[in-house]
Design a binder for this molecule. Structure first.
Ligand SMILES: NC(=O)c1ccc[n+]([C@@H]2O[C@H](COP(=O)([O-])OP(=O)(O)OC[C@H]3O[C@@H](n4cnc5c(N)ncnc54)[C@H](O)[C@@H]3O)[C@@H](O)[C@H]2O)c1
Length: 268
């Protein structure tokens, strides 16, 4: 960590801040990387997708690594600290939901459960563990866990994704409480359906694009940039009293009761 780094300070925007985003090569993570970069932050993207990383805008560093492998997480944190002198924001975002995981519990292959558990849960723990060590020394930092609306309420055929996303909420609460006196805030964000490769890959399992959009009171699925905007706010000093909690960014999906009349489908 740089000796010149002011200890315990939090800038009022994200200019000059050092941000590490897992799964930043595509989808929501990519929008988060781009939004931080636009504010003048130094952005490090940790991802397994070399091909997508090649098309990242200039000014975003790519570190190849698998978040389910703890040394890869340590390596990414070390890269940020060595290159930029510290780490202000960690966005735990890399997760998978393969189409093959849309099955009932009794059909869930053990290998798929293990893979989702190791990326979607252990990966968040490994990155946070190493980020917190740096942030404690700085006496400042923010960790944002990308959770999901499915962490709060569930559906059929998500026996791995739903429970593991719920654990992402509890990670943020537990870490937020643990490190509140160290100047570290930890929050989670729970998106509704967002237009990303992950959602595009499973549209059939979710009734198609129109049906999925219609379930959101706002009448459409979200854009990655709309999640990035929430992450930027939560990471900034404007959210300085917000910790150990979750923000649902979902076009009203979570508030829409199962007893409510469905919205009429809009004509094509
Ligand atoms: N898209 C949605 O509708 C939606 C809704 C709720 C929550 N989320 C959550 O938002 C996050 C991002 O989702 P998305 O839709 O952008 O997904 P995506 O599949 O479009 O992108 C995920 C990125 O993570 C990377 N990745 C996957 N496994 C990795 C690993 N082991 N190590 C490093 N990188 C890895 C992929 O290469 C990819 O770049 C996830 O946590 C997801 O659960 C998404």
């Amino acid at each position: 960590m740089s000796e010149q780094r002011p200890v315990g300070t939090v800038s009022h925007n994200n200019t000059g801040r050092v941000v590490l985003v897992s799964g930043g090569a595509n989808g929501i993570g990519r929008a988060v990387c781009e939004a931080f970069r636009e504010t003048g932050a130094a952005v490090v993207c940790l991802d397994v997708d070399d091909a997508a990383a090649d098309s990242l805008p200039t000014g975003i560093d790519f570190v190849r690594g698998d978040t389910s492998v703890e040394p890869d997480c340590l390596n990414a944190v070390d890269f940020a600290v060595t290159t930029y002198g510290g780490l202000d924001v960690l966005v735990n975002n890399a997760a998978i939901q393969p189409p093959a995981s849309y099955v009932a519990l009794d059909e869930l292959p053990a290998e798929l459960w293990d893979r989702m558990l190791s990326i979607n849960l252990s990966g968040y723990t490994f990155l946070a563990k190493h980020a917190v060590r740096v942030m404690k020394q700085q006496r400042s930092g923010v960790i944002v866990n990308m959770a999901s609306g499915q962490a709060h309420r569930t559906a059929r055929q998500v026996p791995a994704y739903g429970p593991i996303k719920a654990a992402n909420l509890q990670q943020a609460r537990q870490w937020g409480v643990e490190y509140a006196r160290d100047g570290i805030r930890v929050v989670s964000v729970s998106p509704g359906a967002i237009d990303t490769p992950l959602v595009r890959a499973s549209l059939a399992a979710q009734g198609g694009e129109r049906e999925l959009a219609n379930r959101h009171p706002i009448g459409r699925i979200g854009r990655p940039a709309e999640i990035a905007a929430a992450v930027l706010w939560l990471s900034s000093a404007a959210a300085s009293f917000v910790t150990a909690t979750d923000l649902e960014v979902d076009g009203g999906l979570g508030a829409f009761g199962s007893f409510a009349d469905p919205y009429p489908m809009s004509p094509d």
